[in-house]
Design a protein around this ligand. Sequence first.
Ligand SMILES: [Zn+2]
Length: 82
Amino acid sequence: MKNSYPQSNDYSPGTWKGLKTSGGRKASFSCPLCGGLGTLSGHEIDPMGGVSPSVVCHNDRCSFHEHITLEGWETLTPIDPD
Ligand SMILES: [Zn+2]
């Protein structure tokens, strides 16, 4: 059972943001529990947005640890990081 999270460009908790890089598409993810922002650079993102391995919040005081799916990843139009 995967948990799906929507795309947002405002880094609100529980959303992801797509990034365009020289190596292709990447995503950042804002933890739904603490709002901490992390990149998914160490993860594989399949064409339908499934992220593997599971995502662990980088905040030592946060217990977030899930397998997640990025809603809308398959239709993402890359945008420049700001
Ligand atoms: Zn967290």
